[in-house]
Design a protein around this ligand. Structure first.
Ligand SMILES: *Cc1c(COP(=O)(O)O)cnc(C)c1O
Length: 404
C-alpha cells in the first residue's frame, strides 16, 4: 500500500479522540523552528511539551541515533547493555542517587517509584504503612495508579474504583502536610515546580517541611522531576537548588529529547526492595534510548548550558513583563529557568486557549497549563534570534486577541 495523502481532518477519521490537535500538521523541525505541511514556519516555544531540550534534529543527537541505530536497538532486560550502564553512571555522578531503573515515559517512572515506595514500606514496616500523600493540582501521569495519585480529579474520575490509600493535600501548605504525614505514610510525592497544574514553584520551606516529616515517620520523599528535570529550571535537577534531597527522583521528558525514555533514580538500600521479578519492563533501558539520553545528559549538564537556561528564562520573563505593561494582561509571571507560566488576570480568565490559537496563527508554538495560564518550555539552547522573533510574533498575537 502506498502512503496516502493525510491532513488534520484525517485525525478525526482514524484516531481515538482523546486529543484535539492544532489545525496545522508539523512535518519538519530544525533547532527551534518547525514547518507545517503547508510550508509555514513556527518558532517553537512548546518544545514538544518540555521535551525537545536540545531542539529538533540536533546534529550531535542525530549522530548518536545513527551510530547506535546501526549497532543494537533492543535486547531485552535478560541482558544488560553498555549504553544503559553508562547512562546510569552519568546520572548517578550528577545526583544523590546510586541506583537507576529505566522506563519509557514519565508515568512509568512514577509508577515504578510509587510501587517501590509501597514495597519498601511493606517489607520494612508491614502492611499498614501504605498511604501515599500527594498534592492538589499535581500531575504524575496517566496510568491508573499515577493518575489517581495526581491531584486533578477530572483525570481520574469515571474509571471505576481508584486505588486506596492516596491522600491529596493543598500544595505549599506546611501545616496541612505536618498534620497529615504520620505513621501510615509510606511516601510523599511532589513536583518541585507543578508543571501541568499551572507552573507553580514549591516554596523551599515547604519542601524542607516535607523532608523533615518524612524522616520523622520513615516515609520516602519522591520528587517528580519529569518536567523540571534535565536542565529545565537552570539546574540539572530542580532539587539541587532547593536544599532538599529526595529519596527517589523521577525524570523523563527532556531526558530523551523526544526519544521515549524515563528513569527512576534512588539509593541502594531502597532499590534493594526491587529484587528480580518484583518489577520490570520490556523496552525500559533499551540501548537506543539510553545512547541518546546519554548524549543529552552530556550536553545539558554543561554549566554553560545551564547558565544559558537561566539567562534565557530571565529574557522571556522580562519580555512578558513588557507585554503586561502594554496590555495589562497577567496576574503573575512565575516559574524557573525555561519553565515559565504567565497567569491571565481575572478579566481574561479561561482564555489561555485563545492566546495559544492566536500565537499559532502568528507562527509561534506554545503551551497552556490549565484554562488561565500560558506556559513556555522552549529548547534550552534556543538561539537568540529565534527567541527574539518568537517574542515579537507573540506580541502580534496579543494584539490580535486584545486589540491595540
Ligand atoms: C508529563 C509529566 C508526567 C507524565 O509523563 P508521560 O511521559 O506523559 O507519562 C508525569 N509527571 C510530570 C510532572 C509531568 O510533567
Amino acid at each position: 500500500m502506498n502512503d496516502q495523502h493525510v491532513t488534520r481532518k484525517t485525525f478525526d477519521e482514524v484516531m481515538v479522540p482523546c486529543f484535539s490537535p492544532a489545525p496545522f500538521v508539523p512535518v519538519r523541525g530544525l533547532g527551534s523552528r518547525v514547518w507545517d505541511s503547508e510550508g509555514r514556519d513556527y518558532i517553537d516555544f512548546a518544545g514538544g511539551i518540555a521535551v525537545t531540550a536540545l531542539g529538533h534534529a540536533n546534529p550531535e543527537l542525530l549522530r548518536v541515533l545513527n551510530e547506535q541505530g546501526g549497532k543494537l536497538w533492543h535486547i531485552g532486560n535478560g541482558y544488560t547493555n553498555e549504553p544503559v550502564l553508562r547512562l546510569a553512571q552519568k546520572l548517578e555522578a550528577l545526583t544523590f542517587a546510586n541506583r537507576a531503573f529505566f522506563a519509557n515515559s514519565g508515568a512509568e517512572a512514577n509508577e515504578a517509584a510509587l510501587k517501590l515506595a509501597r514495597r519498601a514500606a511493606f517489607e520494612r514496616f508491614g502492611e499498614d504503612k501504605f498511604e501515599i500523600i500527594s498534592f492538589e493540582q499535581s500531575f504524575h501521569g496517566r496510568t491508573f495508579f499515577t493518575v489517581s495519585v495526581g491531584g486533578q480529579p477530572k483525570y481520574s474520575e469515571g474509571f471505576g474504583p481508584v486505588p486506596a490509600g492516596i491522600r491529596h493535600l493543598p500544595y505549599n501548605d506546611i501545616e496541612a502536610a505536618r498534620a497529615a504525614i504520620g505513621p501510615k505514610t509510606c511516601a510523599v510525592i511532589v513536583e518541585p515546580v507543578q508543571g501541568e497544574g499551572g507552573v507553580i514553584p514549591a516554596d523551599p520551606a515547604f519542601l524542607r517541611a516535607l523532608r523533615e516529616a518524612c524522616d520523622a515517620h520513615g516515609a520516602l520523599l519522591i520528587f517528580d522531576e519529569v518536567q523540571t528535570g534535565v536542565g529545565r529550571t537552570g539546574h540539572f535537577y530542580a532539587y539541587q537548588d532547593t536544599g532538599v534531597t529526595p529519596d527517589i527522583l523521577t525524570s523523563a521528558k527532556s531526558l530523551g529529547n523526544g526519544f521515549p525514555i524515563g528513569v527512576m533514580l534512588t539509593t541502594e538500600p531502597i532499590a534493594a526492595h526491587f529484587q528480580p521479578g518484583v518489577h520490570g519492563t520490556t523496552y525500559g533501558g533499551n540501548p537506543l534510548a539510553a545512547a541518546i539520553a546519554g548524549k543529552v545528559v552530556d550536553l545539558v549538564s554543561d554549566p554553560a548550558v545551564l547558565a544559558g537556561v537561566r539567562q534565557r528564562g530571565e529574557r522571556i520573563r522580562a519580555r512578558l513583563g513588557e507585554l503586561h505593561e502594554r496590555f495589562d494582561v497577567f496576574r503573575e509571571v512565575r516559574g524557573k529557568g525555561l519553565l515559565i507560566g504567565a497567569e491571565l488576570t481575572s478579566r481574561h480568565a479561561g482564555r489561555a486557549k485563545d492566546f495559544l490559537a492566536a500565537a499559532a496563527n502568528r507562527g509561534v508554538m506554545m503551551l497552556i497549563a490549565g484554562p488561565d495560564v500560558l506556559r513556555f518550555a522552549p529548547s534550552l539552547i534556543i538561539p537568540e534570534a529565534d527567541l527574539a522573533e518568537g517574542l515579537a510574533r507573540l506580541e502580534q498575537a496579543f494584539e490580535d486577541v486584545l486589540g491595540r
